[in-house]
Design a protein around this ligand. Sequence first.
Ligand code: SF4
Ligand code: SF4
Length: 242
Amino acid sequence: MPVIDQEKCIGCRSCQTICTVDAIHFKDKKCKIDPELCTECYVCFRMKICHEGAIETQDLAGFYKQFQHVLSDPVETHGVTGVTGRGTEEVKTNDVSGRVKKGEVGLSIDMGRPGMGVYLRDAEKVAMACAKAGFKLAPQEETPLAALMPDLNTGKLIDECLNYRLLSVIVEGRCEEEKIKDVLKALMKVQHEIDTVFSLGLISRVDPDGHCKALEYLDELGIPQPHRGKVNPGLGKPLSTA
Ligand code: SF4
Ligand code: SF4
């Protein structure tokens, strides 16, 4: 974890301008990192912002600290969970991976943002609300968060991890098409109980005639669908028929 050597720090406050979540505080003419707020993203260390060499790293103590770091630092390899990225790669290329099958709808709930971050206790609230409404949370081999979720049926996380703050985390899973309205309603309710923001990725297969039932459900619930496109051509892989 990053720490500021108080002997070397001259209190120039440059590091404060670069911290992704406002975790560096100025007091008594020195800067200090608040370990409760720091997400372990390592931006302050990696960017070499401190000309005094006062920002150093210490060993990350234990699994949860390492988990926090690998999810918050985009250049880190995920030795902790063995899952690459934040877990969205396969579902974003669903046309070839076939993770979400015909008759199912997938959701990728991307929680937290630079400047805000996300506490795992809030990720738990979202996961539990969705699970209760019939959402099948993705297992550990598909998404990193599941490594902290002993029971995918409830979405409850391990208590020890709840106060860790990450830059962002993804709650991922799928359900039968008929259940997606209940899941979205649960999400609309729980959004008022969390202290961060999220964006919602909806994954659904489109019929050969271009029809997509999931979009009708969004319309019925008054959820807007921004017209943004991102094409993942699948690098020549065959289209999934699942
Ligand atoms: S950039 Fe370095 S010297 Fe300046 S306040 Fe931060 S830690 Fe201290
Ligand atoms: S590691 Fe990231 S969150 Fe922590 S102090 Fe540095 S920039 Fe801020």
